[in-house]
Design a protein around this ligand. Structure first.
Ligand code: KIV
Length: 283
């Protein structure tokens, strides 16, 4: 794995993502909301970086994704784009920036594309078809999102697994087929039983990218801060923590505090002098 630009891997496009399903290659995606996390995700060679509206909860401290604004998303998207990722950059349309009309949907998506996003994501199935069709007609690729769609938290009455029971499962299968027909390049499947994750994945030709949707999806996405242990709430069942960054950061800051209070920081080597030879150790 190399950060050397001369060794850069080919740019991932929506076409690459679609072809990965036909080749049976799993798609790997994480969220990123700023320059360093976008660089690190890209150096780790993920396929797709999602500037998710989860940023509202994991970095802005909101208690849901509902308050996130388009301007906040654009601010974070620009930082991600400055990292120059080879991964596909997808920006998430926040609540009420696309639901009201296809015109809203195109304008909001356009703001993302002008700032360097290569596709947009929006939540919802058949009810969102006019919006999806309008965005696609503006030549902007769309990533669908079905299942436990967090912007519908109030309709669901909480963050509950969706698609349990035949009727609910069939409704999601129809939604997935409609998104494929409309031209979405892939679908995020969130918070559905693994059997339904499999059914939908087998029913559509476009890739499914699961989050809490089981092993059978064509790829997996996780919120980066969940994956690295930089969140404060109890993680959802599907989260696997690959690091405890929260503890690492807490310890580092506490060590700094100890060193400053004990007069161990800064050392001579960490200090400047008018002439280098005059740097003396404090007595
Ligand atoms: O906002 C987000 O991070 C998402 C993922 C959880 C899929 O939508």
């Amino acid at each position: 794995m190399s950060a050397d630009p001369l060794m850069a891997r080919p740019k991932v496009t929506v076409r690459t993502i679609r072809e990965m399903k036909s080749r049976g290659e799993k798609i790997v995606s994480v969220t990123a909301y700023d320059y360093p996390t976008a660089r690190l995700a890209d150096e780790a060679q993920v396929d797709l970086i999602l500037v998710g509206d989860s940023l509202g909860m994991v970095v802005l401290g909101y208690d849901s994704t509902i308050p996130v604004t388009l301007s906040e998303m654009v601010h974070h998207l620009k930082a991600v784009v400055r990292a120059g990722p080879r991964a596909l950059v997808v920006a998430d349309l926040p609540f009420l920036t696309y639901q009201a009309s296809p015109e809203d949907a195109v304008r909001s998506s356009g703001r993302f594309i002008k700032r360097g996003a290569e596709a947009v994501k929006l939540e919802g199935g058949r009810r969102m078809l006019p919006q999806i069709e309008a965005i696609l007609a503006a030549d902007i690729p769309v990533l669908g999102h079905l299942g436990l769609t967090p912007q519908s938290v109030h309709r669901f009455g909480g963050y509950r697994v969706q698609g349990r029971g035949r009727e609910a499962a069939d409704a999601l299968l129809e939604d997935a087929a409609a998104l494929e027909r409309a031209g979405c390049f892939a679908i995020v499947l969130e918070g559905v039983p693994l059997e339904l994750g499999r059914e939908i994945t087998e029913a559509v030709r476009i890739p499914t990218i699961g989050i809490g949707a089981g092993i059978h999806c064509d790829g997996q996405v996780l919120v980066l801060h969940d994956l690295i242990g930089l969140t404060f709430e109890k993680p959802a069942r599907f989260v696997r923590r690959y690091a405890d960054a929260g503890e690492t950061i807490r310890r580092a800051i506490a060590s700094f505090r100890e060193d400053v209070r004990a007069g161990r920081y800064p050392s001579c080597e960490e200090s400047y002098a008018s002439a280098p030879e005059r740097v003396e150790k404090p007595t």
